[in-house]
Design a protein. Structure first.
Length: 332
């Protein structure tokens, strides 16, 4: 690129020229060049936020979910691995729709549903995971989110489970992330710290709302656990819990502002740790859902909020939150 006098212009225009000390077509100081290149690299590798729509509570078809996600500005969907071949085919067709392929996060629960079968053995947990990984790999998920293990297990058995589960994921060529979920091996912050200390390569999905219920408090008092979790964090489930439940009635309600802010402080730690570890993309699934999570009026059972409206509100709020955090980091 040439200036009017025929000399090469400074990269980025006059502002960059002044910053870098551009004179006569050369940089007059090596440090200026280093600073300039560092700024370019930072711009090129700025971490991006991708939002995924949960199908928990979705009552329509896979095609409807994909269309709804795309219309709302989500980058993908997250749902359980279908048990029936026909449903797996339907999901595959929906993901490869007319607008192009939509990324999918596969969800797997070992030995049961969200709460495991209490007497299932370690082998049964691993066998169920092996089968689900085999089924989902044909759809090439972005990664697998696993609710695995059992809260009643001793530490040694949970460690054996995670070691075996990571080996199975490697066998199938898939990335696996384990959710901090009640009823499972990562059910509270303190046991999770023991597991994470013992397994430095373990990736986790951070759903801190579950820890709030188990600990009966927000996580601001458990910063050591949050900091360690952030160093292992691969994915976020953005649901806002409180001391007496895993899901506030509505995260926009002023009476739950502190619960929202507490979770956001935890998510900021996750983003900061992921940037330090070289993540170019961070993923987040707004995950307000039904099944006893969504508050209802007594006698009528009428829901106090619309789940899709709540999840799109969280998506928009965290999109703005992420941008604000990024802007602050760049300013520093």
């Amino acid at each position: 690129m040439l200036c009017r006098d025929g000399k090469p212009s400074a990269p980025g225009g006059a502002g960059f020229a002044a910053l870098a000390g551009w004179q006569g077509g050369t940089f007059w100081h090596d440090k200026c060049m280093q600073n300039f290149m560092q700024m370019i690299v930072q711009q090129e590798v700025a971490m991006q936020l991708q939002l995924y729509k949960t199908l928990w509570g979705h009552t329509g078809s896979y095609a409807d979910a994909v269309q709804q996600a795309q219309d709302a500005g989500f980058q993908g969907i997250e749902c359980a691995v279908p048990a029936a071949d026909a449903d797996l085919d339907a999901l595959a067709r929906a993901l490869d729709g007319p607008s192009g392929h939509l990324p999918w996060i596969a969800e797997i629960c070992t030995a049961g549903s969200y709460v495991p079968e209490r007497c299932a053995t370690l082998v049964q947990h691993l066998d169920s995971l092996d089968d689900a990984l085999r089924r989902c790999r044909v759809l090439a998920p972005v990664f697998v989110n696993c609710m695995g293990g059992c809260d009643a297990w001793p530490l040694a058995r949970s460690l054996d489970f995670f070691r075996g589960a990571m080996a199975l994921a490697d066998k199938h060529g898939l990335t696996i992330s384990f959710e901090t979920h009640r009823g499972r091996s990562l059910f509270n912050p303190w046991r999770s710290m023991e597991i994470l200390d013992a397994l430095p390569d373990l990736k986790i999905t951070c759903d801190f709302s579950h820890w709030c219920v188990v600990a009966e408090r927000l996580m601001d008092s458990e910063l050591e656990a949050i900091a360690l979790a952030a160093e292992h964090a691969h994915h976020i489930h953005a649901r806002v819990g409180y001391d007496q439940g895993p899901q506030v009635p509505h995260p926009a309600a002023p009476e739950y502002a502190e619960a929202l802010a507490s979770h956001q402080r935890c998510w900021e730690q996750v983003w900061a740790a992921q940037r330090r570890r070289g993540y170019h993309t961070t993923t987040l699934t707004p995950e307000f859902g039904p099944d006893g999570y969504l508050h209802q009026l007594p006698f009528t059972g009428a829901p106090v909020a619309d789940l899709w409206q709540v999840n799109t509100w969280i998506a928009a709020t965290e999109r703005d939150h992420f941008r604000a955090v990024q802007a602050l980091d760049e300013a520093v």
